[in-house]
Write a new protein. Sequence first.
Length: 555
Amino acid sequence: MSTETIPSSNFLRTIVEDDLKSGKHASIVTRFPPEPNGYLHIGHAKSICLNFGLARDFGGRCHLRFDDTNPAKEEQEYIESIKESVRWLGFDWGQNLYHASDYFEQLYQWAEYLILQEKAYVEDLTAAEMRAYRGTLTEPGIESPYRSRSTDENLALFRRMKSGEFPDGARVLRAKIDMSSPNLSLRDPVLYRIIHAPHPHVGNSWCIYPMYDFAHGQSDAIEGITHSICTLEFESHRPLYEWFLDTLPVPARPRQYEFARLNLTYTVMSKRKLHELVSQKIVNGWDDPRLPTLMGLRRRGFTPESIRTFCDRIGVGRSDSWIEMSVLEECVREDLNERAPRALAVLRPLKVIVDNYPEGQVEEFEAANHPQNPELGNRTINFSREIFIEQDDFSENPPKGFFRMTPGNEVRLRYAYIVRCTGVVKDEAGAVVEVHCEYDPASRGGSAADGRKIKGTIHWVSAQYAVDAEVRLFDRLFSDPNPDRGEIDYKQFLNPLSIEVLSGCKLEPNLRDLDPETRVQFERQGYFRLDPQDSVIDQLVFNRVVTLKDTWSKK
RNA sequence: UGGGGCGUCGCCAAGCGGUAAGGCAUCGGAUUUUGAUUCCGACAUUCCCAGGUUCGAUCCCUGGCGCCCCAGCCA
């Protein structure tokens, strides 16, 4: 059972409802248009859930379209990973897989059309000169001397650009709009540039490539997109988006809407920084469990359901926003609390000897796989004279309020017996290396025969039957809520404790046969899953997805 | 003081002229063989500020203030 909710009302849902009600559209068509120049992250998940969600909820369809107009940055590896991520998140584009590069021929024809209409020209100015001619935010630009070339010359030059006669950067094709527009994207924007590079989807068929602005709206029109949803920074491009739709003989009239991109505290989301973390080996690849990439979150153990819930829960608006990491964390906890079977695992073992328990005796106890859901059944766990408990669950000089194992005090070993600590063994350094205790034989299963209340219950695992494993504890990648804020390099805020690798952890043996996709709760500690890359039989490696809430350690 | 946006609780966010939903966080308290879960309760007389229109304004108007985006042959 998932905990997913219906997305609450937002301005885009309202627009779609209105357009459907008024009959402006019989059905809607949206699209998710990633550029294949990196791996998808949770910010993309917001866009995916929005676009595919709108289509799903209002009976339309959503296309997956690769915005592959810049072969210098794009790779097949990214195309594959993006498809995998979208599928993993739980969305299906069906037959509707497209590439902006599918439309290169049509876009090229439209470029020539613009030249013929005297609305585009070949520019010989260098990039630096163009910048100088562009003007500033407060001053208008100056028209290029090449702006008045004849149609014939423009056409000839553009065709020569296409046929590969010029090197990269030699010339560009620009739209002829308005060099004094207060909107800089209307000051004769570049339409095509020369890039002699093989394209991941169309190979070597082109050496001129359209700019985003010249490709996006027309691609939307070709595909019959009704609602073209992008992030806020494209807002000032909208007049240009519309200029192309007005000027070109396009088959449909899509409309662009913008929403605020996702910002999450304690992480970074920009592709540049993600690339940097990966290429500088600050993290171990795009699927490093500490990254906000979908591949990283998946490997860490986040469920697609929890990410969808998150995307629904954060809402969609137009104001810059920062979502606290606790929202995401709570979404997985909610999902996993409901479905994860429980298990006992000791991460930092401390040997405990039950002195009055018969040597060599072993007892089986029934343990519930889920305390609130009997349908998940029971399992047996073996109890023996020597067990391991968590180092944190013992204290010789306990702080106020501590109700775990402490000399002279009783605690319950979950599902087993009530024990009383009778003494400790220390090494030369004075550290406790072994704890001794006595059990109450009348407390089989964990409840006292006389009904006395035992405040503390701790987890344990039989020393004799325990399975060893490596456990990787992940925490926030950065120690600052906004490492990306500027002035100081974000890498200064890397959290040195973002990964802690524990070896020699002691697990209950039932975990040996765990399904790699199953998330389990190690009671009192958190949710874990096997690392899909590194875990092998007899060399188990667990990843911690998220801790349990802990109101004790907070104090 | 070029243009375009945004401003409702610590963080998100509904609300669209009729008297401030919800989630996360936080703080109590109950139940609990996970200090988990669950459960109850508290948490904006107020919607960036100031005027105005109105019987009535977070929603309309005017004027401020604050923040974000745009000067790639990136998307």
